[in-house]
Design a protein around this ligand. Structure first.
Ligand code: AHG
Ligand code: MN
Ligand code: MN
Length: 354
């Protein structure tokens, strides 16, 4: 990973040809995300200096979770950047109950893309100066262009993603993304405000020695997960593995992709389906994981093939080095009753709406 002087802006334009019939719309959209991340980065960096950006809001978000001021700032920044520049026809955010349709004021032809976003991931880490992130996911709308977007445009399986990425606001700020042609990472030069290609063609090691799970919830975990954790801790062959858990998915994922490891957020804790959101967290991270040669599943099946039933749906998440995820599956498969039937969930959801 030598020093490169290729900027993110140049990289986006140079690789535009990966898309047949590209009109530059996706490039403009990615450039807007790049702009928003620089603004959020500025705020994250001066976290301790700015009195009114630290701490909790009085409100809760749609998931009933306490919103941080930084959550709200990041959410507003991304929404503003994407709507004012008219690079999307709709946005769904972890922080908003409903999706936001974008209507064109300037362009007669509005973009055909929708964005789903977790504007600040791991936000509870912000108060203690620990790394946070942003996760984004981009789809082509399925309803006709020129009409207002509908829920259908957002409830697409992850295998339909056109691009996905994350930003990690760490010791240095990095933007990592894929358009389905591998994964590339860019590091922000804070003095110049420019992202440079620092990690071309990122790949997950096939094996790893790190497992990342919030073990405080152990008693609530399904038996398959408990058994797998015991396997990780056993002194045999190249084990016990190292346990590492930051509590911000972006950072845990980033470390595991670079070093080799598995991240697990199982069912049976805060909700029967785990905590992580399919659309804002698991699908984009799943797309990146697969593009980097890793795997992302719910312990039984591929995350990207799940047919979503709700904007804020949660799913169990197993993600990381291929051989580690496969090993975890061996333990999970002994408990087939714990497997979730997503089609059934969707049927229940749809019948409830009638
Ligand atoms: P968010 O800050 O967007 O709500 O996400 C937090 C998520 C994820 O980033 C992290 O891995 C997980 O919550 C940590 O949850 P626990 O504190 O339950 O381990
Ligand atoms: Mn999150
Ligand atoms: Mn968040």
């Amino acid at each position: 990973m030598g020093k490169s002087y290729q900027t993110l802006g140049e990289f986006i334009i140079d690789n535009q040809g990966d898309f047949k019939y590209s009109t530059g719309e996706l490039s403009r959209l990615l450039s807007s995300i790049r702009l928003a991340t620089k603004i959020v980065n500025q705020q994250v960096n001066k976290n301790g200096l700015v009195e009114d950006i630290l701490g909790d809001m009085d409100e809760e978000n749609i998931q009933g979770e306490k919103q941080k001021k930084l959550d709200v700032f990041a959410n507003e920044t991304f929404i503003k950047a994407l709507t004012q520049r008219e690079v999307v026809c709709g946005i769904a955010s972890e922080e908003n109950e409903f999706f936001i349709p974008v209507e064109s004021k300037h362009n007669s032809h509005l973009s055909k893309y929708v964005v789903l976003i977790d504007p600040l991931d791991g936000s509870s880490n912000a108060d203690v100066n620990v790394t946070v992130g942003t996760i984004f996911s981009i789809y082509r709308r399925v309803t006709p262009e020129g009409t207002p977007v509908t829920l259908e445009d957002f409830l697409q399986p992850g295998n339909k993603q056109v691009a996905a990425g994350y930003v990690v606001y760490g010791l240095s700020t990095m933007l990592v993304y894929t358009t389905g042609h591998g994964v590339n990472g860019f590091t922000l030069d804070p003095a110049l405000g420019i992202f440079y290609l620092s990690h071309p063609n990122m790949t997950y090691p096939k094996d790893g020695h790190i497992y990342s799970v919030n073990e405080g919830n152990y008693v609530h975990f399904p038996q398959g997960v408990k058994d797998y954790i015991k396997y990780c801790q056993k002194s045999e062959d190249d084990r016990p593995y190292t346990s590492r858990y930051i509590g911000s998915l972006v950072s845990d994922f980033h470390r595991n992709m670079l070093k080799g490891g598995i991240y697990i957020y199982p069912s049976g804790t805060t909700s029967p389906y785990g905590k992580l959101r399919l659309l804002y967290e698991c699908n984009p991270m799943g797309f990146l994981a697969e593009q980097a040669g890793g795997m992302a599943t719910d312990g039984y099946q591929r995350i990207l093939d799940i047919d979503p039933s709700d904007l804020h749906q949660r799913v169990p998440f197993f993600c990381g080095s291929e051989n580690m995820v496969k090993k975890a599956h061996e333990f999970m498969s002994k408990y087939p009753d714990d497997q979730i039937d997503y089609d059934e969930l969707k049927r229940i959801k749809l019948s409830g709406e009638k």
